[in-house]
Design a protein around this ligand. Sequence first.
Ligand SMILES: Cc1cc2nc3c(=O)[nH]c(=O)nc-3n(C[C@H](O)[C@H](O)[C@H](O)COP(=O)(O)OP(=O)(O)OC[C@H]3O[C@@H](n4cnc5c(N)ncnc54)[C@H](O)[C@@H]3O)c2cc1C
Length: 805
Amino acid sequence: MKTHSQVAIIGGGVVGCSVLYHLTKLGWTDVTLIERSELTSGSTWHAAGGFHTLNADTNMAALQGYTIGLYRELEEISGQSCGLHHVGGITLAGTPDRMDFLRAERAKHRYMGLDTHLVTPEEIRELSPITNTEGIIGALYDPLDGHLDPSGTTHAYARAAKKQGAEIILRNRVLQTRPRMDGSWELITEQGNLIAEHVVNAAGLWAREVGEMAGVYLPLHPMEHQYLATEKIDEVINHSTELPHVMDPEGESYLRQEGQGLVIGFYEQQCEPWAVDGTPWEFGHELLEDNLERIGDAMANAFVRYPVLAKAGIKQIINGPFTFAPDGNPLVGPVPGVTNFWSACGVMAGFSQGGGVGLILAEWMIEGEPSRDVFAMDVSRFGDYCTKSYTRLKVTENYQRRFSVSYPNEELPAARPFHTTPAYGIWQQQNAVFGSGYGMEQVNYFAPSGEEPYEIPTFRRSNAFTTVAQECNAVRTAVGINEIHNFSKFEVTGDGAGAWIDTIMAGRMPNPGKLTLAPMLSPKGRIIGDFTISMLGENEYQMNASYAAQSFHMRWFEQHLPDSGVKIKNISQQRIGFQIAGPNSRELLSRVARGEVSSDALPFLGVKPMQIGPCQAIVQRVSYTGDLGYEIYVPANQQVALYSELIAAGKDLGLRPFGMRAMMSLRLEKSFGAWLREFKPDYTPMETGLNRFLAYNKAANFIGKDAALAEKLKGPSRKLCTFCVDADDADAVADEPIWHDNKVIGFVTSGGYAHYSKKSVAIGFLPVELIEPGREVEIEILGDRRRAVLFTETLFDPDATRMRG
Ligand SMILES: Cc1cc2nc3c(=O)[nH]c(=O)nc-3n(C[C@H](O)[C@H](O)[C@H](O)COP(=O)(O)OP(=O)(O)OC[C@H]3O[C@@H](n4cnc5c(N)ncnc54)[C@H](O)[C@@H]3O)c2cc1C
């Protein structure tokens, strides 16, 4: 066996072979795939082989489109058939909410260039005469859906890669992976040792075990999954063309033609996590014992939906395991905490997603960053909170919800509450309705007393509408209090801390006692963070960003930390507190804090250590509400004491707690962007307006400087704008298409109702040549094109006198 390779991929399933192919396609040919047995020896060999583009995340959907489009290219290069059947697919809607969901999906597809369309029950029967459309309102038809031969496709990737220089070593289990001083790895395998600059974990069913070899935990879990194939069916034989796929989400099944019979698979509620304590090494080409009882309800539904099944004999039942991450999307990218160790696992739909996963990982390894935002499948979107049992509970929930409608305001119940702050009990007593982000409970809003604390999932305005309006009103007319635990916080200390931050961040550095807003850019000049940086002392800084991105950001920091001097610590859970915001917030602060809080003593963007009651706090004069406001940080174990001080002093000032729903409404009327909505690696500073915080001329050669300067010279072709929408009972949320002159010319990044201004608002991209105040466009919300008017002044406090005063 060879002893050196630039890359060693562990695992020869469809994903490992796709990574191998894409590395060669993008130019790395010294690449080796090591497979324990034969190719396809994990989940891959027993897959049903279906593929589709539907995915709630638009970039994931685009990558699924890429995967499907790739198969012809693969067949040509490899000379190996993938066994493609492009038969199209129908997703049925049996409820009005499902129809809303499909309408929203269809709308997204317009600007993604996907040719899906909505069909009526009559059209469904024409396309698939074996489908009983009783109770069906309509469906989404996707001509790209189809199925293939899983083994042929995996071998096509492998052959194409080999033709381009890759090597595949079969029947050779990797036993250990050892990190070396220079960042490379030594792989101990059954056939000898191999040194590789990079290791890719594509071990599928054994990805947890291969992760453990490198000392990391990958949050994924295998689940059992059953499908069955029937004997010949006359109605199938007699149909003139191959039948399309039919997805019946309400019935929890998917169906397709296989030869002259049918294949039907189920995502059942009584599902079964498999190999909870680890995947046995001897498992391979066997199937699991079938369990028809578990899919009894789903089968009963299927007999009604497809009456031909009732008289069809069952030829074969397949029960096999495959892996899921807690949210059902893959785990891809550099694994946090280790060097040159990459993840390509947790891929639950290898034939829809495998090509995209291979492409993205190859770009990331070769070019240093992927060509688009892939946070939805970035392994770093999960953090330490993802314990083994949390993962199992969430994966089970995800499996059960595979066919559920996803609502924009929905909060999923499994494994909750999990992480909480000391204030959790206080909020509970006030009838809080909680959401969860990155494992942490956060208040969405406070339900009126006597009402069940539950927000009903919907695509339209929810039962929280009136209460959220009252919370917004309290902030704008008196003072509101809300927790600030859903910012991440990093403490940066040590010799050279400031100089290091200056190269990592594209913004200006703060002076002592001040904070600045600073975008963080990738080398290609794309936005990978929107931070506030506070200078707390010499060589002491606090950097805040999105709580959900803390592992993503920490990975970046660790990759760029100098060898000595600078220390960085994630203190997101240790340093928490509250923000107080609104016209009475200064008066409230003056009542509780020792020392001056006038606008001279604590000006806008000022930072100051202050004593508040018994607490030693850090007070920052800034608020994401866009109002006069303060963020007050204390050690977590002082949070309740801080709350008591503020609540006692704020009684006669109209102090009222508010939640994240109000927070998002308030930031919209200031046109403030949010992470992963307006600010993400798909966008650049000039497109999003973050260029105003860029210090293009600073001495530090910050990451992304050249690209940012080039963009400044050239100018962007699109820019974010804010619109007032003539909405009815549903506001824009994100990803809705923007129409002009009967053409889709942009899309919404976020939207909602600005309660204080009483306007439905959307933020979205428009080509620069169309941007002018008063420009009329249409935004498609749940299938209706709604008039929307572009405005340039913010709805609230346009000259910022309140915020800065
Ligand atoms: C019943 C069923 C039906 C399915 N239907 C579909 C479908 O219709 N469409 C779809 O897209 N997906 C489907 N899937 C899912 C699909 O099978 C998976 O998404 C896909 O196979 C994952 O591929 P992989 O390469 O990540 O993992 P795997 O196929 O598990 O491959 C991992 C490989 O790594 C090797 N390996 C592990 N550890 C080591 C080691 N230490 N050293 C060397 N080699 C190692 C293994 O031997 C194995 O070959 C289905 C799955 C099941 C179970």
